[in-house]
Ligand binder design. Structure first.
Ligand code: GLY
Length: 406
C-alpha cells in the first residue's frame, strides 16, 4: 500500500483557475494547426529517416531509427507519435502510410536488437506500434508491440520489483544493477497494455510493482523526486536515490523528472484503479506548479530560481499532459480537478505565447527552449522532439479527445 500521507501537499501559490479564465481557445486551435503543418512539411524528409532527438538552431537532423547520434536511442518514436496524432486529427491516408512504414522500421529494429537493451523500449513501441494498432487495428503493429513488451518485461528484477534501466539482468556487476529511473513511468504502460491484450497478468504485476517503487522511494517527503534510485537485487531493500540528469545537488529537482512522475502516476491509475497514485500525482504536481518562472515554464532544474536561468519547455509539455490526465481521472466531486485542468491550460497557453517558432522562421521543430541534458551541454535551449510531441498531445487533449496511446 502506497503511503501518500508522508508526502507534503503544498498549497498552491497561484490561483490557476483565475489565470485560465480569459484564455482564448482559438490560440490552441491555431497552435495545433501550425504543429500539423510542421508535421506535414517534414513528412517526406522524415519517412525513411527520423528527426534527431534535439535540434541545432531549431532544426532536427535526419537520423536512423536506432541512432547513437546525439543520444537518439529512445527518441525516434516521438516523431512517429506526432504522425499518428495527425492521422487521428485529419484522417489523411498519407500519415497512415508513413506511420505503418515506421512500424516496419521498429520491427526491424526489434529483430536486429538495435540499441534496445534498455528500459526505453516503452517510449519507442508505445508511440509507434501501439499507437498504430490503436489508430488502425494493424495486426503487424500489435504483434511487434507485444514482442517489445516481452523484451521490456525481461528487464524486471523480481526481488527489487523494478524494471532495471540498463545492463542485462544476468550481468550483476553492471553499474546499473538494481537501478531504475523516473523516466520509466512512461515505459511501463507498454506492460499494462500487453496484460490487457494477452490476458497475461504478469505484465500488469510488474508494472504495478514498478510504479509502487516510484511512489515509495523516488518521491521524497517534500514531493520532489529523485530521477534515479537503486535497490538491492538480492534483498530488495532500498539503497539510495540521486538525480543524474538534473543538477545533482541534493536540494535540486530535475524539472522533467518531476514531469515524468506527474504524467506517469495517473497513467498507472488508469490501469490499476489505485487512488493513492492520484494522491501522489497531486503532490508532485503542486511542487512543480509552485516553482515555475514568471512565464509559467520551469527552469530545467528547480535549483535554479531566476527568470534568467534556462527553461525546459519539454518539461512543461509533459507536465501539462499529466495534469490533464490527472484531472480526467479525479472524481467529479474533487475540487482539484478544475485546478489541474486550468493549470495545464495556462502552461500550454504561455508556451504558445513565448516559445513557439513562427511560420516565418520555418523550422522543422515546433517549440523552442527545450533541454536534453544541461550538464552535458546537450541540446540546451533547443527544440527536443519529445517536447514537440507532448505539446501536440496536450493541444489535442485541450481541444478534442486524446485516444490514450500510453
Ligand atoms: N531520459 C529521458 C529524458 O531525458 O527525459
Amino acid at each position: 500500500m502506497i503511503n501518500f500521507e508522508r508526502i507534503k501537499k503544498e498549497p498552491l501559490k497561484q490561483d490557476w483557475i483565475k489565470l485560465a479564465e480569459n484564455i482564448d481557445e482559438n490560440d490552441f486551435r491555431q497552435a495545433l494547426d501550425y504543429a500539423v503543418k510542421v508535421v506535414e512539411n517534414n513528412l517526406e524528409k522524415f519517412t525513411e529517416k527520423f528527426p534527431s532527438s534535439g535540434g541545432m538552431n531549431g532544426e532536427y537532423r535526419p537520423t536512423n531509427n536506432a541512432d547513437p547520434f546525439l543520444y537518439s536511442d529512445w527518441t525516434s518514436s516521438f516523431w512517429t507519435g506526432m504522425i499518428w496524432l495527425c492521422y487521428e486529427l485529419t484522417g489523411d491516408e498519407k500519415y497512415k502510410k508513413v506511420g505503418l512504414i515506421h512500424s516496419k522500421s521498429f520491427r526491424e529494429r526489434y529483430e536486429n536488437n538495435d540499441i534496445l537493451d534498455h528500459h526505453d523500449i516503452g517510449f519507442l513501441y508505445i508511440l509507434s506500434c501501439v499507437a498504430a494498432y490503436k489508430a488502425t487495428g494493424d495486426e503487424f503493429s500489435k504483434e511487434t508491440a507485444l514482442l517489445a513488451a516481452k523484451k521490456l518485461a525481461s528487464r524486471f528484477r523480481d526481488k527489487a520489483g523494478i524494471i532495471q534501466v540498463r545492463g542485462l539482468l544476468e550481468d550483476t556487476t553492471h553499474e546499473c544493477t538494481g537501478e531504475y529511473i523516473i523516466d520509466c513511468c512512461l515505459n511501463i504502460p507498454l506492460l499494462y497494455w500487453a496484460a490487457e491484450v494477452t490476458g497475461d497478468k504478469k505484465y500488469y504485476d510488474m508494472a504495478y510493482s514498478h510504479i509502487t517503487n516510484v511512489a515509495d522511494y523516488m518521491v521524497k517527503d517534500d514531493a520532489s523526486t529523485h530521477q534515479n534510485f537503486r535497490k538491492d537485487i538480492v534483498t530488495g531493500e532500498p539503497i539510495e536515490g540521486w538525480t543524474g540528469q538534473g543538477d545533482g545537488n541534493k536540494d535540486g529537482c530535475w524539472a522533467r523528472g518531476q514531469a515524468w512522475a506527474i504524467y506517469g502516476l495517473p497513467i498507472s491509475y488508469t490501469y490499476t484503479g489505485d487512488s493513492a497514485l492520484l494522491e501522489v500525482a497531486k503532490r508532485v504536481s503542486n511542487y512543480f506548479l509552485n516553482r515555475l518562472q514568471s512565464d509559467n515554464c520551469p527552469n530545467w532544474d528547480f535549483l535554479y530560481k531566476s527568470d534568467d536561468d534556462q527553461r525546459d519547455t519539454s518539461a512543461a509539455c509533459v507536465a501539462a499532459c499529466g495534469m490533464l490526465e490527472l484531472a480526467k481521472q479525479l472524481p467529479l466531486y474533487d475540487e482539484d480537478r478544475k485546478v489541474y485542468e486550468a493549470a495545464a491550460k495556462v502552461l500550454i497557453h504561455d508556451l504558445i505565447k513565448n516559445y513557439m517558432y513562427t511560420p516565418e522562421e520555418s523550422k522543422t521543430a515546433v517549440l523552442k527552449a527545450g533541454v536534453y541534458a544541461f550538464k552535458l551541454d546537450l541540446c540546451v535551449n533547443e527544440p527536443v522532439i519529445w517536447g514537440d510531441y507532448y505539446f501536440m498531445e496536450a493541444l489535442i487533449r485541450l481541444l478534442h479527445y486524446f485516444r490514450m496511446y500510453w
